[in-house]
Design a protein around this ligand. Structure first.
Ligand code: CA
Length: 221
């Protein structure tokens, strides 16, 4: 899952990148509204969620959000607002924000809200994603098969996490590349096949189906 963080305060941006990264997300950072708007507008870089500060240099967060929504960008957006500024929250929600947090916030709460946004965008009500015997708990980035915990590398986890959020759907290799790699990462599509092959060895047979020429599909065997 790929998250864009648009935040101009370096300390908060670094804390967000660190916490989201540890939670298994690929994080892209923008430190002003113009760069944030540009990154979030790129259809080749689809974000699964955006954390958007409203007080930004060069273009304020509310304008960024309005421009995205006017252009049909529908990704979940959580806005960060100043304390006690209730009209900013109202304006943000009216502009198309899906959720908000007031600064200062607890990182755990932000992570929970981001998880919930991504879950709901995929139509999942529960924090646990289930496919047959495979259970992925988004709260702890933990995967079990028949109750046994799986040991996964961060890239294996990201691949499985994306597939578990889109069960029964065909997920192409380029979808996976876009959602599991940072922008500056060497994106070799062969490595996706390597991660899939490793995951298949750890998962029950038949869970990850290959759809010839199109990609992969998660199925409950
Ligand atoms: Ca700010």
């Amino acid at each position: 899952m790929r998250v864009l963080v648009v935040e101009d305060e370096p300390t908060i941006a670094a804390q967000l990148a660190e916490a989201l990264g540890t939670a298994g997300y690929v994080v892209d950072l923008a430190e002003n509204g113009v760069d944030g708007h540009f990154q979030g507008s790129d259809e080749n870089q689809p974000f699964d969620a955006v954390v958007l500060d409203l007080g930004l240099p060069r273009m304020d967060g509310l304008t960024v959000l309005k421009k995205w929504r006017a252009a049909g960008r529908g990704m979940p957006v959580l806005i960060l607002t100043a304390r006690d500024n209730w009209h900013e929250k109202v304006a943000g929600i009216d502009a198309g924000a899906d959720d908000y947090l007031t600064k200062p916030f607890h990182m755990e709460e932000l992570l929970a809200r981001v998880r919930a946004l991504i879950r709901r965008a995929g139509g999942h009500a529960s924090a646990e994603l289930v496919c047959g015997e495979v259970v992925l708990d988004t709260r702890y980035s933990r995967v079990t098969v028949g109750g046994q915990t799986l040991t996964l590398t961060s890239h294996e986890y990201r691949v499985l996490d994306y597939l578990m959020h889109h069960p029964g759907q065909i997920v192409s290799r380029s979808d996976l590349i876009e959602h599991i790699y940072a922008q500056d990462f060497d994106r070799d599509s062969n490595t996706v096949e390597v991660f899939i092959a490793r995951l298949r060895k750890k998962l029950p047979e038949g869970v990850i189906e290959t759809v010839r020429g199109l990609g992969y599909r998660l199925v409950a065997p």
